[in-house]
Design a protein. Structure first.
Length: 201
C-alpha cells in the first residue's frame, strides 16, 4: 500500500492500514449489512432449538405499537419474550481504563431490559439472549438453553437426546458467529476505500 493513505469505511470511520483495526471495526460497524443477516440466522437457530425440544415458538411477535420481539415461547405456564443480540466485547465503547469482564454483555442486557421489560403484561417475562463475537454465550442465555433442555416431555426429534440437541445448538451458534466474523471483515474491505491520510495534512 502507498504511504500516506488510510482506509475509510462507508460510515466515515478512518484508520491507518492496519488489519487489527480493520477487524475490530468490521465487527461493530452499524453500516455492515451482515449484522442483520447474522442476527436472523441466530434467531432461527434459537427457534429450531425450541422446536426440537417441542416448545412453542413464534417469531417477530408484535408486542405493542409496532414494536416486535424476536421470539415468543412458553414453558411451565409462563410466556417468555426473547430478544437476540450479538455484541463485540472489545469495541471501543465497551473498553475503558479498567477492563471489566462481561461488561459488554451486561450493558446490552441492561439496555434491552430498559427498552422492553415495562412492555410485558399478564405475567409475561422478557429475556435478553446475548452472544459475543468471540462465540461466547451470556450466562443468562446459557441458563435459558440449559433449562429448556432439562424439561421433560417428548421431543420433535426422537432420534436425538435432549443433551445432543443442546450440544448441537451450542456448536451451531458458534459456527454462525465464526462464519460471520470472516464475512464481515471481507465485506468491510469490499465496501471501504482508500483516502489520503489526514495525518499528511
Amino acid at each position: 500500500m502507498e504511504e500516506g493513505f488510510a482506509r475509510q469505511c462507508s460510515c466515515g470511520w478512518e484508520h491507518d492500514l492496519d488489519y487489527h483495526d480493520t477487524a475490530q471495526h468490521a465487527m461493530s460497524c452499524k453500516k455492515n449489512s451482515l449484522r442483520t443477516a447474522r442476527h436472523e440466522e441466530i434467531k432461527d437457530a434459537v427457534g429450531t432449538l425450541l422446536k426440537d425440544l417441542r416448545l412453542p415458538v413464534e417469531k417477530e411477535v408484535e408486542i405493542t405499537n409496532g414494536k416486535r420481539m424476536d421470539i415468543r415461547t412458553e414453558s411451565n405456564g409462563i410466556r417468555y419474550y426473547i430478544d437476540v443480540s450479538v455484541v463485540h466485547p472489545v469495541a471501543d465503547k465497551y473498553l475503558g481504563p479498567a477492563p471489566e469482564f462481561n461488561k459488554a454483555v451486561k450493558m446490552v442486557e441492561d439496555r434491552k431490559r430498559q427498552k422492553y421489560s415495562h412492555l410485558m403484561n399478564n405475567g409475561a417475562v422478557f429475556r435478553p439472549f446475548v452472544l459475543e463475537t468471540t462465540g461466547r454465550i451470556s450466562q443468562e442465555a446459557a441458563a435459558m438453553v440449559d433449562n429448556w433442555a432439562k424439561m421433560d416431555g417428548p421431543l420433535a426429534r426422537p432420534d436425538k437426546t435432549r443433551a445432543q440437541i443442546r450440544k448441537f445448538f451450542y456448536k451451531h451458534v458458534s459456527v454462525i458467529i465464526a462464519r460471520y466474523n470472516a464475512h464481515m471483515v471481507k465485506a468491510y474491505w469490499a465496501n471501504s476505500f482508500l483516502v489520503r491520510s489526514r495525518h499528511d495534512f
